[in-house]
Design a binder for this molecule. Sequence first.
Ligand SMILES: *Cc1c(COP(=O)(O)O)cnc(C)c1O
Length: 397
Amino acid sequence: MSDDFGPLDPGPRLLLGPGPCDVHPRVLRALAAPLVGHLDPYFITIMGQTQELLRRAFRTSNPLTLPMSATGMGGMETCLVNLLEPDDAIVVCSAGFFGQRLVEVAERTGAKVTPLEKPWGQFFRPDEVRDVLKRVRPKVLAVVQAETSTGVWQPLDELGALCREHDTLLLVDAVTALGCVPVEVDAWGLDAVYSCSQKGLSCPPGLSPVTFGPRALAAMERRRTKVQSWYLDLSIIRRYWGEGAERLYHHTAPITMVYAMREALMVLHEEGLAERWERHSRNAAALRAGFAALGLTLLAPEGYQLPQLSVVRIPEGVADAAVRTRLLREFGIEVGGGLGEFKGRAWRVGLMGYNSRPEVVLQFLGALERCLVSAGGKVTPGCGVAAAEKALAASSA
Ligand SMILES: *Cc1c(COP(=O)(O)O)cnc(C)c1O
């Protein structure tokens, strides 16, 4: 029977979509380490180290910082169900797919959800946020830092103070941000943040790091009702992750994934956060120089473009599927298609974590040029690669 299925061999890929991205070779090795029990003293040590490394990545001293056994969506749901009770008010800044997701998940808690909507591709200014906070006086304001559907980088540095003025908790989706751009949890006053393992951290999907500050904890302690989800209830999970003397069994931690997360965070801190952010911005500049030379324009406005994810408009007369299919079949390269209103009209190209490297930029642009030409695009082969090389040379000079 098994003979008919053949061996498991996906073949080489370069994952340049919005995630997952390629796993760092050191993380792949960590994934092969022998299993220990989830209450083994060795694993307890690894858990503590992983939490400390996560605090450094999030730039926080929050004791309640841990990886949830879930993907990014599970992190989103964890934050919403723990912070919100029925009839609480939440404002969600929504200018893309993941803003909409926040609205949908928040509605299921029974909270009163006020979406603050803008067209996809835009960001929110502090004065716009101030107006809605004044009007609604919500318990929670939720915002996406790196909107993966549009490539927009939402600034957060002024929102924490605004939320404090209005006695509102600031909840941030940093799923595509952590490990690529600054996520300054303490300095910016972010009260609850969630991320994931498979984007900037270059792990497989499966864990969602979360962190909760003192104001969020106080709100959770004041709850009148139980958290709707038993599995995501942090008041129980905390006791397994080291709060209190006893490690109380909650669920079997995905031990291997915690190894992977710890290794990915070691890689991150050995490089240094500032160096990491700088690397992402340098390689993004080279990629964008290549795009510009090929006549491809970014959806996000200048100054608000994510270095780890570029969303570009598909040129007139070029078929989305023809290019993406050839990229995958011939070059083993995956990029993301557009979401929502940009379906068939945009490509999403990620240079996240391990994949943010000069040789990846050049390899991708070389492949893209060939695919564009064969799909009827009016480009001069070689000019994208040349522009990127020039940008790389200028940034290393
Ligand atoms: C990918 C992503 C998510 C969802 O994460 P999953 O790991 O796919 O569950 C949430 N928010 C943003 C901004 C994302 O990019």
